[in-house]
Structures are given as structure tokens and as C-alpha cells.
Design a protein around this ligand. Structure first.
Ligand SMILES: C[C@H](O)[C@@H](O)[C@@H](O)C(=O)CO
Ligand SMILES: [Mn+2]
Length: 597
């Protein structure tokens, strides 16, 4: 069942990382003495990144090293040519010595770039680093500086732990930038229930992410269903798998609103077909070519999508919950595979946060309403129970029908603890447990056309990061982040709280890490400062990676609780106020402007 050969589903090859060994160009002793040690540094860097990184589609990350050390403009240009041919999307310049900054730096303004200046004393790599970063800043081409904390000897090929961490944080975020570029966001439908972030803001996608906006009317689903524009063999297989593994949950509707057994039978067929169709719309399907639908076979090259659903579709047809949940998960009837990024209600900005989270962690994402802050007092009042442990300061109820991945049940593990992880680390047994832990409840009255919503409870104890992009007129996009944990609460308390909201939807109890200040003064403040009705939740404490990515795209971070040691931004940011990094981020992003404008 497991796909051994991961496939790159989208058009365009995956971006490579270009490694640029920089050298002091003067011959007659200096350059010659540095060639080997510099090239070695490049090899060590490439080897380290290739061993530790993978693309989210499972393909290995390729590093391309310049043919020669770069001592001046001619070699810099030759390297840029080689990189363009090799599909390099991110560059890292490395050097243990002094070299000539403006003659050697990577001047491509669109390429995320870092310089690793070796901390040694024999030759001053750090002096180049400082001079090259100042050249970047003076020219308005931001670059990340990587400077190890401890002095090493010039022949030492070990990468210190702090340098490793920065190399990975930079490279993963840089690859995310390069991976998004040129891809599409597909709106299936338009604005759901007046939610402003469903309005695809083309200048956000184009100027900040380098992406294209594509649109299909939801009537396209009807056309494809009525004219059989899907792979029938796959449909039969998918339906059989669904019947075997997707267990129906509680029917909570009053008798007069319940759908008949025959209607439910048909609804299952419809939601499975919708899943096939949404995926085909996103990435195409060669099988459709053979059916005479060559245009449909191509898809929209969509790396992320959203389905409006409410209300134009759901007032009459089965809701999109099955489609969204299955596509967002790391598995389906075809086996274990990369999750798709699909937002419910076509919330384009939550989809963008999910896309960031997926490209940074490689794992599936939770899409949820940030629905209720439950203070310990309120919980006590309605249940008589005192919250304890991680939940003692209150909890935030994350819940929405639709695209929370089934991975979010917490049934997968890392080191015995609940986790969401890259598809290549997921086992068949874990897939079974996720499906076992999920029930599919007949949709409630919001959805007059029926359908099935996932009902599960996320296991507590997962380190997670909640993210959200909001757009403010006059300011542009801003990112907010809250690192924290999923929490376990007593079963009885969960039941009471869940039944007060919607017992047919998946619940994640979220507890942010508190700092005692500002938006992280207490759990209430996190909820109170959240900028919209939705949030995207990624596995792990990855706020630092989000911050690095946001700085590359020039999206300021308006709220976060990431410890200082994990905040890594281009060197220029310091110049906008090293004593006040949050404000400096806004000024730096405004100064440089969106990456693609
Ligand atoms: C069913 C309801 O309309 C929900 O979908 C609604 O509360 C939302 O999720 C709003 O984002
Ligand atoms: Mn919602």
C-alpha cells in the first residue's frame, strides 16, 4: 500500500540548493592555499543538507555546488548560469576566508540566500561574512548570516550544532519559498458565508508568494459527476475502501431532519466522487486523457486549494467534509502519500498558513475554527470539574467540520508520543489507528444537503504551532503564531463541552505556551488576539521556521511566542531596531516590500 516511489505531482521540478564556495581571488599563494579547504566546506555543507532534508513530496533535496570557487564576478556569473540550468531556488555561500563582497555575492533578488562564514582565526571568514552582509543590505538584497558561536580550526570539517540548526532552518524555509513560486491556489467556489479571507487576494498570492490564482465554479463538480469525468475504476476502489474503513458516527439530527438510508448511501458515493474530482482539479489526472478529457487531465497546477461549500453547495448537495478531510490527510485508498493542502470554506489565507506549515514540517495540517476560550472557571461552572495539568490555565477549543487531517487524531507516534509526521515515516498500522479513531457523522442542520463530518478527539501532549495570515488594508499581510500543546482533559468534561458546540466535528484542545506578557499573558489573551475565525495547526514547535519563511516573503509577524534563540531573520532586520525586533520586522518588511513586486 505504501508508495515506495514518491512522485512529484505538480509541474516543474523541485528546487535545488546552490552552494557557492567563495574564495580570495588573488593568485600566487592565497587563492591556492584556500581552494581545497573552501571547496571542502561546500561539500560538507551540501552533504549535511542532503542527508537531513527532504521535499514534502518525499523526493530527496539536491545540492548543486559551483564548478569552481568564486573569486570574482566572472566566476559568480558562471555559477549563476549553472544554477539556473540546474533549477536552483535557494543559495548558500560558504567561506573560511576573506573575499571580495560585491564581486562575489549572489545578486539574484528573488533567491533566498544565506552566507556561512566560518568562525576561525587563521583566515577571517567572519570578516567576509560581515562585509558581504553589509553589501547585501546596502544593495537592498537581504541575506541571512550564519556565524558559528565557537572558534574552529581551519581544517575542521565538522559543522557545529548551532550552525547546523541555522542551515536547516534557512534551507527549509528557502525551499518553501522556491516550491510555492509558480504554483497555483485553486478556489473551488468563491466566498463562503461572507468570510473575507475567502476573497482570493491576488496581489497577496502574486506579490508575496509568487503564485497564480485559479478559479472553478462549484458547478464543475456537477458537470464531472453527471458526465462521468473521473476514473471509474478508482471510484469503485475508493468507495469500497471508504465503506470498509470509514465508520459512520452518531446521527444527532432530529428525526424530521435525518436523511434516509438510501439518501445516505447516495451521499457516500457523492462525497467519494467529490474527492476524486477535487484532486483532479488540483493536480490533474492522466487517466482523464484516455477518456477524451485532455484539458481536465492537466489540472490547475494547484499546490493548495479551498472549497467554498457553504452555502451555495451545501444547501443542496452533501458537504465537502469527507473530501477535505481525506485530501488533507496523509493517506487514502491509494496508500500513504503526501497530504494535499485543502481549506474548508475556501479560506484562502488559512490555506496559505497550512501551505507554509506543510512545506516547513512535511506533515499534514489541522484546519480549525478557533471557536471557544474555556476559562477554568467556566469549565468548573458547567461541569463541576477543576481543570488540571497542562489545561489548568484554560483551553482553546479548535473545531471545524472539514479539513482537519485524520493525522490529527494523534494516533501516529514519534518515540511513543502522539505526532503528525511526514508520510514516509507513517506505518500501515498508524493509518488503521487514525481511521479507527475517526467516526463520520451524518451532517447536522447547517448542511441541508447532507454529507458526513469527521468526529475525533486529538490526543493530548503533541507540541504544535498554530498559525494564521491576516490582511489589513494599508498594511498588507501579517502572520500570527502561537506555539503550544494539544491537551487531554477528562473524558466527561470533553463530552459536556463538545456537546455544547458540535459533537459531530473533530476537536483539538489547544493550550498555548504563555510568556506572561502581551498576547501571551494568559490563554484568554491568545484567543482574544487571534485575528480571524480560523487557524492552521502544524506539528512541532516550528514558529521559528515560520518566522524565517515570513521574513523571506516580507510578511511581518504581529504576534508570536517563539523563544529568541529560534528567531532567525536576514541580517538587515537588525538595522531596523535590534532592541525592538517585533517592530523592526514591520519596518524591514515595509522597506523591502513583497518578494515578487
Ligand atoms: C457550520 C457553520 O456554518 C460553520 O461552518 C461556521 O461556524 C464556521 O466554520 C465559520 O468559519
Ligand atoms: Mn470555519
Amino acid at each position: 500500500m505504501k508508495q515506495e516511489q514518491p512522485v512529484n505531482k505538480l509541474n516543474g521540478s523541485m528546487p535545488a540548493i546552490g552552494i557557492r564556495p567563495i574564495v580570495d581571488g588573488r593568485r600566487g599563494g592565497i587563492r591556492e592555499s584556500l581552494e581545497e579547504v573552501t571547496m571542502n566546506m561546500a561539500r560538507v555543507c551540501a552533504d549535511f543538507l542532503q542527508r537531513n532534508l527532504r521535499h514534502s513530496n518525499g523526493l530527496p533535496v539536491e545540492c548543486v555546488i559551483a564548478d569552481t570557487c568564486i573569486g570574482g564576478a566572472a566566476e559568480a556569473a558562471r555559477t549563476a548560469e549553472k544554477f539556473a540550468r540546474a533549477g536552483v531556488g535557494v543559495t548558500i555561500s560558504v567561506t573560511p576566508s576573506w573575499c571580495y563582497p560585491t564581486e562575489t555575492i549572489d545578486t539574484d533578488p528573488l533567491m533566498p540566500k544565506a552566507i556561512w562564514g566560518f568562525n576561525g582565526t587563521e583566515r577571517p571568514g567572519a570578516v567576509y561574512l560581515a562585509a558581504a552582509l553589509s553589501a547585501h543590505n546596502q544593495k537592498g538584497i537581504p541575506a541571512f548570516g550564519i556565524y558559528g558561536r565557537d572558534v574552529q580550526d581551519i581544517g575542521d570539517t565538522a559543522i557545529t550544532e548551532d550552525v547546523q540548526r541555522k542551515l536547516l532552518q534557512f534551507a527549509k524555509a528557502g525551499l518553501a519559498v522556491a516550491t510555492m513560486r509558480g504554483k497555483s491556489y485553486l478556489s473551488m467556489g468563491s466566498v463562503s458565508m461572507g468570510i473575507a479571507s475567502c476573497i482570493a487576494d491576488e496581489s497577496f498570492f502574486q506579490d508575496y508568494l509568487g503564485m497564480r490564482n485559479e478559479y472553478v465554479d462549484m458547478s464543475e463538480f456537477i458537470r464531472r459527476m453527471e458526465r462521468d469525468i473521473y476514473d471509474k475504476e478508482e471510484f469503485e476502489r475508493a468507495l469500497a475502501w471508504t465503506k470498509r474503513h470509514c465508520k459512520e458516527g452518531a446521527e444527532v439530527n432530529p428525526p424530521h431532519l435525518q436523511r434516509t438510508a438510501e439518501q445516505k448511501e447516495r451521499d457516500w458515493e457523492t462525497v467519494v466522487k467529490m474527492t476524486l474530482i477535487a484532486r483532479d482539479l488540483m493536480i490533474g489526472n492522466p487517466k482523464l486523457e484516455a477518456l477524451g478529457y485532455g484539458e481536465e487531465a492537466l489540472g490547475h497546477n494547484a499546490i493548495a486549494a479551498g472549497f467554498q461549500g457553504q452555502r451555495a453547495w451545501t444547501d443542496h448537495f452533501p458537504n465537502g467534509d469527507f473530501m477535505e478531510a481525506i485530501l488533507s490527510s496523509s493517506f487514502d485508498w491509494n496508500g500513504i502519500r503526501e497530504p494535499y493542502v485543502v481549506a474548508t470554506e475556501n479560506d484562502t489565507l488559512n490555506a496559505a498558513a497550512m501551505l507554509f506549515g506543510h512545506l516547513l514540517t512535511d506533515a499534514a495540517q489541522i484546519f480549525a475554527d478557533v471557536r471557544t476560550y474555556w476559562s477554568p472557571e467556566a469549565v468548573k461552572r458547567v461541569t463541576g470539574v477543576e481543570l488540571t495539568g497542562r489545561a489548568k490555565n484554560g483551553i482553546i477549543h479548535l473545531i471545524n467540520s472539514g479539513p482537519a487531517a485524520l493525522d490529527a487524531t494523534g494516533q501516529m507516534t514519534i518515540g511513543g508520543e502522539p505526532a503528525m509526521k511526514p508520510f514516509w515515516d507513517i506505518t500501515e498500522a498508524e493509518v488503521k489507528q487514525c481511521l479507527e479513531a475517526t467516526r463520520w457523522c451524518p451532517a447536522v442542520d447547517f448542511f441541508r444537503g447532507g454529507g458526513f463530518s469527521t468526529d475525533f478527539l486529538t490526543r493530548g501532549g503533541m507540541p504544535v504551532t498554530m498559525a494564521r495570515i491576516n490582511i489589513v488594508k494599508g498594511l498588507g499581510p501579517v502572520l500570527q503564531l502561537a506555539e503550544g500543546y494539544t491537551a487531554d482533559i477528562p473524558e466527561e468534561v470533553h463530552r459536556v463541552l463538545d456537546e455544547r458546540s458540535n459533537p459531530t466535528w473533530p476537536t483539538t484542545w489547544f493550550v498555548p505556551n504563555l510568556t506572561g506578557e502581551g498576547a501571551f499573558k494568559d490563554v484568554y489573551s491568545v484567543m482574544n488576539n487571534w485575528g480571524s475565525n480560523h487557524g492552521a495547526v502544524s506539528y512541532g514547535h516550528v514558529g521559528g521556521d515560520f518566522i524565517t519563511l515570513a521574513s523571506m516573503l516580507r510578511i511581518p509577524v504581529c504576534m508570536h511566542n517563539v523563544p529568541e534563540e529560534r528567531v532567525f531573520r536576514p541580517s538587515a532586520w537588525t538595522a531596523f531596531g535590534a532592541m525592538e525586533p517585533a517592530g523592526a520586522d514591520f519596518r524591514a518588511c515595509a522597506n523591502f516590500g513583497p518578494l515578487y513586486r
